[in-house]
Design a binder for this molecule. Sequence first.
Ligand SMILES: Nc1nc2c(ncn2[C@@H]2O[C@H](COP(=O)(O)OP(=O)(O)O)[C@@H](O)[C@H]2O)c(=O)[nH]1
Ligand SMILES: [Mg+2]
Length: 440
Amino acid sequence: MVSQMMTSKDSIVALSSGRLPAGIAVIRISGPKTRFVVETIAGSVKDRFTTLRKLRAPDGSTIDHGLVLFFPGPASFTGEDVAEFHVHGSRAVAAKMLETITGFEGVRHAEPGEFTRRAFLNGKLDLVETEAIADLVNAETEAQRRFAVRNAEGAQSDLYANWRRRLIHARAMIEAEIDFADEEDVPGSVSDAVWSDVAAMIGEIERHIEGFKAAEIIRDGFEVVIVGAPNAGKSSLFNALAQREAAIVTDEPGTTRDLLEVVMDLNGLKVRIVDTAGLRHAAGKVESIGIERARAKAGAADLVLLLEDMADPVAVGDVPSGAPLLRIGTKADIAAAGAGDYDLVISSKDGTGLDPLLAQIGSRAAAAVGGSGDVLPSRLRHVELLTKTTGFLRAALSGRSQELRAEELRLAADRLGRIIGAVDVEDLLDVIFSQFCIGK
Ligand SMILES: Nc1nc2c(ncn2[C@@H]2O[C@H](COP(=O)(O)OP(=O)(O)O)[C@@H](O)[C@H]2O)c(=O)[nH]1
Ligand SMILES: [Mg+2]
């Protein structure tokens, strides 16, 4: 909370671009000292224009030549005066720039997420939008980028703000009815319409909450778990998909004892492939733990690949899984054709069937994340508050008096307000902004 109190006075500076050395480093500064720092280092520059300047330390020596941009507040990212210096991306230049700038009275290094935090505190972004910016900065796949950019533009916030407006309106109608209850001609149909809208909203919110699973898959990846008997060819498939020797392959049963994971990008979706210990009974202590882990992993997977050596099929019994399961016959290069009942037949050795398998995984992953235009809750935080919202809405529907029911509506709207940061979120800020890197 100390940083909170320093916020309005201090100017902050950070290296906002990535790891050095790089072609260019971007050093960003925000706060009341910004203009003075820019004018001292680069001379005066035209607002919002890019200017190439010699950048000088206060002792007059040249630090570098670079581009300077100055954005006067409040029309800037943080809402304060903001400047950027684009300099040569060496560690020495960046270090000298940071040292020089923090040498000014009232300027210090920024904390993680502090630029964005100021943007939030100055009303430039709501909380959901700041979270989306964190996601955008961290996006690795095309699906993550699309999802994050839509929310950074306000798609998710708009949804919550609309629900909240509807609830505030509903409560106003109910309170009006309470106030005018004595009068003869208050139409009962007003509150009927309000309560049917509230009931509809519960359904809308619950459908939206169901989308969290899809959001998790976009963010954390679609998890594909490979299971089967020892020597079924699991690690060989895993390596073929990873396109490297990530797992040890031998003809000795029980080689893989722990979970191994590779991350792939399939058509812009993050997919995690997990190799597991072979399922069998006669196993030593370490291997048994591995088998337990394999079963647990399969139980929580988004897709299970059950491998069977077509040349030497071994039954593995039940595979615990709530997820769809693909039965895959392996070692097609040495097994007789048409050996059994499989969804797909592969050979990790000669590559047979691997493209169709990848296509299957890709289309199942795409189906799991649903339509690309859906607005989804992007954080567990949102789901928790949405669940509380529907709880209050249900209480409102069944409340004993109009007064109590209006109060439940207030509590519900308040929870939606907490999601976007419209009400009382001081306690959430440190948690949320700790997700950011320095310089953002
Ligand atoms: N001919 C052939 N042998 C395979 C194939 N996949 C795996 N193997 C062999 O089967 C044995 C067990 O493979 P591995 O991937 O370690 O099986 P895991 O125990 O299920 O992980 C090794 O000797 C592999 O070389 C395949 O597609 N064709
Ligand atoms: Mg293995």
